[in-house]
Design a binder for this molecule. Structure first.
Ligand code: NAD
Ligand code: NA
Length: 395
C-alpha cells in the first residue's frame, strides 16, 4: 500500500516501514563509527522500540556488539493498517542485527505486568545467562499495578497553582496562551505510580533474586529537568514528582545490589521530539526555540547522539560527572547558561508571526513526522510497501 501520514492532534495514526527502517539504519551507521570501549555485552532494554530506548539498544549492539533483548508495547500491523512505528523500528533493527551476527530478540507486551517480567526472565536465563546492563526507558500514560490490578493514569499538571504560559500547535504554527489547572492529590500519587521508580525496582528485584545480574551490573533510567519556563508544569508538576521518585529509586537500587557491586543511575537527557514529549503542553514551543539556538551553536543532538555520549563519555568512560544530586547529565549542553539565556529571550518574542523566523518549527515538525517514518531523506513514498512486516526475533 501507499502509506501517508494521518494525524489527529499530537499523534500520527499511520507509520511508514521504509522510513522507520531508514531511521534505524542512520542510527546504526552513526554508532558503527563510534565504538564503545569495554561497553556492555548482554543488555536488556525496557522501552526499546522508540526514542531514547531504541537509541540505547542500537548503541549497545553496534557500539560493543552486545546481545540485546528489547521489551516494548507496540501495535502490530494488520492488512491495510500500518503498525505503530516502534514495531517497524524493531523489525528493521533485528533484521540488520541478525545479518550482522548480533543476538537480538524482543518481547511485545506490558512491561508493568508480572507475565512480561517472567517471560523476559526466562529468555535471559535460556539465551544470555546473565545481563550486565538494564536500560529503563518507559514512557507510558497508564500502568496497571501487577499485584493489586489497580489502574493508574499519569497526568501533566502543575502542583498548587494554575499554570499559564504560551504554547504552539506545531501543525498550524499558532502560538497561544494555555492554562492548566493544578492537580488534585490523587494526580500526584497516580503519576508517581506510572512514571516513578516502583516498576524499575520490581524488575531489578526479580532479576536479582533469580541471579541473572552479572557482577558490576549497571542499570540506567532516563529523566528530565528542563528550564525555569516549564518548571511549574514539568519538574515541579506531577511528572516531576514521578521523576523525583525515579531518581530516588536509583540510590535504592544501588543499595540493593551491593553484593554484586551493581549500580543504579539516572541520566538526565535533553528535550527532544518524541511521541511522549509532543503531548506535553508548552514543551513543543520550548523545543522549537531550543532547536534553533542549539543548531546555530552546533550543539544540536538527537536521541542517538545523546546516548552515544552517555555511553562513550560517561558510563563506559568511567567519568560519570555526577551532579550534586548524584545524576548523570547529558542535558549539559541544553542547560548551558548562554543557551538558556538565548531561549528565554526568544520565548518573550515568540508569536504566531515571529516563530517561523526565530524558532525551528520546521525542524520540530520534521522530527515529529520522522518519528513515524515520514519525511525521511532518501525514502520514496510513492512506492508501494507491504505494511505487514515481521519482527524476526519476536518471542
Ligand atoms: P518514547 O515514547 O519514544 O518511548 C517509550 C517506550 O516505552 C517505547 O519503546 C514504548 O513501546 C515503551 N512502552 C510504553 N508503555 C509500555 C508498556 N506498558 N510496556 C512496555 N513498553 C512500553 O519515549 P522517550 O521520549 O524515549 O522516553 C523514554 C524516557 O526518557 C522517559 O522516561 C522520558 O521521561 C525520558 N526523557 C524524555 C525526554 C524527551 O524530551 N523526550 C527527555 C529526557 C528524558
Ligand atoms: Na524509549
Amino acid at each position: 500500500m501507499i502509506i501517508e501520514p494521518r494525524t489527529r492532534g499530537f499523534i500520527c495514526l499511520t507509520s511508514h516501514p521504509t522510513g522507520c527502517a531508514q531511521n534505524v539504519q542512520n542510527q546504526i551507521d552513526y554508532i558503527r563509527q563510534r565504538p564503545t570501549e569495554n561497553g556492555p555485552k548482554n543488555v536488556l532494554v525496557i522501552g526499546a522500540s522508540t526514542g531514547f530506548g531504541l537509541a540505547s539498544r542500537i548503541t549497545s549492539a553496534y557500539g560493543s556488539k552486545a546481545s540485546t533483548i528489547g521489551v516494548f508495547f507496540e501495535k502490530p500491523p494488520t492488512k491495510g493498517r500500518p503498525a505503530s512505528p516502534g514495531w517497524y523500528n524493531s523489525a528493521a533493527f533485528e533484521k540488520q542485527a541478525h545479518k550482522d551476527g548480533l543476538y537480538a530478540k524482543s518481547i511485545n507486551g506490558d512491561a508493568f505486568s508480572n507475565e512480561i517480567k517472567t517471560q523476559t526472565l526466562e529468555l535471559i536465563k535460556e539465551d544470555l545467562g546473565k545481563i550486565d546492563m538494564l536500560i529503563y526507558s518507559l514512557a507510558s500514560p497508564v500502568r496497571t499495578h501487577p499485584d493489586t490490578g489497580e489502574r493508574f493514569k499519569s497526568v501533566l499538571k502543575p502542583i498548587g497553582d494554575t499554570f499559564t504560559n504560551n504554547t504552539v500547535d506545531f501543525h498550524t504554527g499558532e502560538v497561544k496562551e494555555i492554562s492548566i489547572e493544578p492537580s488534585s492529590d490523587d494526580d500526584i500519587e497516580n503519576t508517581i505510580a506510572v512514571m516513578g521508580g516502583e516498576d524499575w525496582q520490581m524488575w531489578i528485584d526479580l532479576l536479582k533474586s533469580e541471579n541473572v545480574l552479572a557482577e558490576d551490573f549497571k542499570t540506567v533510567a532516563y529523566s528530565y529537568i528542563g528550564p525555569s519556563l516549564t518548571e511549574a508544569v514539568y519538574r515541579k508538576g506531577t511528572i516531576g514528582a514521578a521523576k523525583d521518585d525515579l531518581e530516588a529509586t536509583a540510590f535504592k537500587i544501588t543499595d540493593s545490589l551491593k553484593e554484586i557491586n551493581g549500580k543504579g543511575y539516572v541520566s538526565v537527557n535533553k528535550a527532544l521530539v518524541t511521541q511522549a514529549s509532543s503531548a506535553i503542553p508548552v514543551i513543543p514551543l520550548y523545543i522549537s526555540l531550543l532547536y534553533k539556538v542549539m543548531k546555530e551553536e552546533g550543539l544540536h543532538e538527537g536521541c542517538i547522539e545523546q546516548i552515544e555520549r552517555l555511553f562513550n563519555e560517561r558510563l563506559y568512560a568511567e567519568d560519570l560527572q555526577l551532579d550534586d544530586a548524584g545524576r548523570i547529565r547529558i542535558d549539559d549542553w541544553e542547560m548551558r547558561d548562554d543557551i538558556q539565556a538565548k531561549v528565554l529571550k526568544l520565548w518573550q518574542e515568540a508569536t504566531t508571526e515571529t516563530l517561523p523566523n526565530i524558532g525551528d518549527l520546521e525542524g520540530y515538525k520534521n522530527d515529529f513526522f520522522n518519528l513515524f517514518g515520514f519525511n525521511v531523506d532518501g525514502v520514496n513514498y510513492d512506492k508501494d510497501v507491504d505494511e505487514i512486516v515481521a519482527i524476526p526475533g519476536l518471542q
